[in-house]
Design a protein around this ligand. Structure first.
Ligand code: ACM
Ligand code: ZN
Length: 723
């Protein structure tokens, strides 16, 4: 009891140790620490002018205080006011013995003042369960953003994210002063927004798998799954975001990336042949026909509803990665092309984008496009260009006078891997938060003239790999996006990122704690490991706990001291702080693989160009000469039985995943004659874990006919040595 009272007294005292005004992300332009402090008591009021009611209520979600509309008496209160001398998103935050005053050019600035104040309070504030009193050190902050567009693109099409998930994501973006959420509502894999005049778009196109004409992709072949936002739900999301000064920009990706649309409304395609049969979601005829007048009427219905639903002045109409080849075999598209003296598919695409843009402008909005949409040089200058392919593509758009959002994939695609062996894509680059912070317009060659057309920057998360992430690990969306969003926030707010060392210190000293309280399962940097003189040691720079697993032992151990061992390759390390986790790392020898001589045979004939002997050599992939059927098998026979700890047998591109056995199982044989089934394929790959003795052969057997392609990729087995 006494001990309890002692701790209670300490806790009460701690509440009066003022939170220090520092370590803010993004860094405010000016932060002056002053003497004294203000204590927020249960009797403190949040007072506000009439137009700031929702901002005051927003603060009250975190601080359990009464909200009062009045003329702004400072004494003992937290006062929110507009100050028309400040720019729209600028704010000042004054903390003195008397009270706290937040002034903003508009409610946007006030909300940023609130966000900065939250960062000065104990991290528990983000759990919305803070107890009063709380003390805040006196200070004055004067702050405003460098870019007025600080965006994030979330792909809810490839992998469905429900309204609650999107709100949670928005809530955390707001804490990082991001002000635009570009929501990718349609793509090959799903249509996610209700269109009342065309309910089939979501009723059919919002789901996939089993009997859907938009069958499952990315590994969930047997399930009927998905979802969409009703307009009512979307209104709620828009309202929720607006309180936090986040504008939602809708995207319907056209005229390509439309497998889904083409399955639901096949008549949008060139050379229409009705084909509503279930497929595995692949449909090479994905781009809408440019010549069909009905297509424009149909799209006008859609965009009229979207323009009404979304208050944003921006509407994104896509324009990326359009496969224009089918227009070549469409007599109507060819006639149109000829009539307008067009020379290329790119020009036909721009004809389409211009028609749509004109309609968007007539609705009082700006059309937004991906950078390929200006390749032919004829797109209206009213378009806003999102430069994703390269820095050069961004600069080209600015040079041509387009308002440009800068988001080259090798800095801002947060679906990319954060290190070589972590999950994610690698086609643009492999990078972590430090590279995002290092993005520098000047170093990338942007001239002063070009900068005049840079509206801002944006990062993105395309979600095709989302569902392939293991469920017992950190949330993949959060893992991929934080702390990279922290760096994005710094660059977008400050115009450039500054020193990583200084930023990392703010991040690990203060912001990691905040993110944990926000409930973000962010990515930690993996520990560095060293093996020297028979001793294996691990270290981290962020005060996380380090854990390790030993191959063959299911238990996870806390690392407390260097480990003496002559088998360092057996140890795999990771770090953790709450729900935050690093990837796994081990000494290089851990990743070594055996390459035993193997013979590959199959019930499927091999491709002439890519025979199975390619894969037997462990250096190239092989291909079948046809797609797979239920009952097909591929057999891997080792010249000598191989002693190992694990064999993986992949097909196709598991990271996409394509050209694989969509479903099946794996068998192992110790004598080359008797086979025993040891597991199912996952994303086209089978695993033989801890074989009982030396393995003579493994076989994978297909249980689903077809894979949406004309072939299967056959790869060498991954054979892991016993340590
Ligand atoms: C894109 O990544 N295709 C915009
Ligand atoms: Zn056509």
């Amino acid at each position: 009891m006494k001990i309890f009272r002692f701790f209670a007294a300490i806790a009460a005292l701690l509440a009066f140790v003022p939170a220090v005004a520092g370590d803010i992300i993004p860094q405010p332009r000016k932060l002056e620490k002053r003497n004294g402090a203000f204590t927020i008591l249960t009797t403190t009021k949040i007072t506000h002018s009439a137009e700031l009611r929702s901002s005051a209520n927003y603060l009250a979600e975190y601080l359990p205080l009464d909200v009062l509309e009045d003329n702004g008496k400072v004494e003992g209160n937290i006062v929110l006011r507009e100050n028309k001398n400040l720019a729209e998103e600028a704010y000042t935050l004054d903390v003195s013995d008397k009270g706290i005053v937040i002034e903003g050019g508009t409610s946007a600035g006030v909300v940023y003042g609130v966000e900065t104040l939250l960062q000065m309070l104990p991290v528990k504030i983000y759990t919305k369960q803070v107890e009063l009193p709380l003390s805040v050190s006196a200070c004055r902050v004067e702050d405003e953003p460098y870019f007025s567009y600080r965006g994030f693109m979330l792909d809810v099409s490839r992998t469905w994210i429900d309204a609650e998930g999107v709100k949670k994501f928005i809530e955390n973006l707001a804490h990082h002063k991001i002000n635009k959420l570009h929501i990718h509502l349609s793509d090959d894999e799903g249509w996610r927004i209700e269109i009342k005049s065309h309910p089939e778009l979501t009723e059919i196109g919002g789901f996939r798998g089993v009997d859907s004409p938009v069958a499952g992709r990315y590994g969930r072949w047997q399930e009927h799954y998905g979802g969409y936002y009703t307009q009512e739900q979307m209104r709620e999301i828009i309202e929720f975001a607006a309180v936090r000064n986040i504008e939602i920009i809708p995207e319907i990706d056209l005229p390509g990336h439309s497998h889904n649309l083409a399955r639901v409304r096949p008549e949008v395609l060139c050379n229409f042949t009705p084909n509503m049969e279930a497929s595995l979601g692949y449909d090479t005829r994905s781009a809408l026909c440019v010549s069909k007048e009905d297509n424009y009427k149909f799209l006008e219905d859609i965009f009229s509803e979207l323009a009404e639903l979304f208050p944003s002045k921006y509407v994104h109409i896509g324009g990326d990665e359009v496969v224009t080849s089918q227009w070549k075999s469409c007599p109507d598209c060819q006639a149109l092309s000829k009539a307008h003296n067009m020379q290329s598919g790119a020009e036909l695409q721009e004809y389409f984008m211009n028609r749509l843009s004109k309609f968007i402008v007539s609705l009082g909005k700006h059309p937004c496009v991906w950078n390929e949409a200006i390749n032919a040089g004829t797109l209206t200058k009213e378009a806003v260009v999102y430069g994703w392919e390269s820095v050069a593509a961004c600069r080209k758009a600015t040079q041509e006078g387009y308002s440009t959002i800068v988001m080259p994939g090798h800095y801002f695609y947060f679906d990319m891997r954060q290190s070589q062996r972590e999950p994610g894509h690698n086609w643009a680059a492999i990078f972590d938060a430090s590279k995002v912070l290092a993005f520098d317009f000047e170093k990338e060659g942007f001239t002063k003239e070009e900068m005049k057309n840079v509206a801002g920057i944006q990062a993105s998360f395309f979600s095709e790999l989302y569902i392939s992430h293991l469920e017992d690990e950190s949330d993949y969306l959060q893992y991929q996006t934080y702390p990279r969003i922290c760096s994005l926030s710094e660059v977008a707010w400050c115009g450039k990122g500054g020193e990583w060392k200084e930023f990392y210190s703010r991040l690990t000293n203060a912001h990691y704690g905040r993110m944990l309280a926000m409930g973000i399962d962010f990515r930690l940097a993996p520990p560095t490991i060293k093996y020297e003189d028979g001793v294996l040691s691990a270290a981290t720079t962020d005060r996380s706990h380090i854990y390790y697993n030993v191959v063959g032992d299911a238990e996870t151990h806390l690392y407390v001291e260097p480990i003496k061992t002559d088998k360092p390759a057996r140890y795999v390390f990771h770090t953790k702080q709450g729900g935050a986790r690093s990837g796994d790392v081990a000494v290089e020898a851990h990743y070594a693989m055996l390459k035993p001589k193997v013979k590959i045979t199959s019930s499927i004939e091999e491709s002439e160009r890519n025979p199975y002997s390619n894969a037997e050599g462990y250096n190239k992939q092989a291909r079948t000469a046809r797609t797979c059927k239920d009952g097909d098998w591929i057999l891997y026979t080792f010249e000598e039985p191989v002693t190992c700890r694990k064999i993986e047998v992949p097909t196709g591109y598991s990271h996409l995943p394509r050209l694989l056995f969509n479903a099946g199982y794996i068998e192992v044989s110790y004598d080359g004659e008797k086979f025993e089934r040891v597991g199912d394929l996952h994303l086209g790959a089978g695993v033989v874990d801890a074989p009982k003795k030396a393995v003579k052969a493994v076989r994978i057997v297909c249980t689903e006919s077809g894979n949406g392609a004309d072939e299967v990729i056959v790869r060498a087995p991954n054979v892991y040595p016993i340590f």
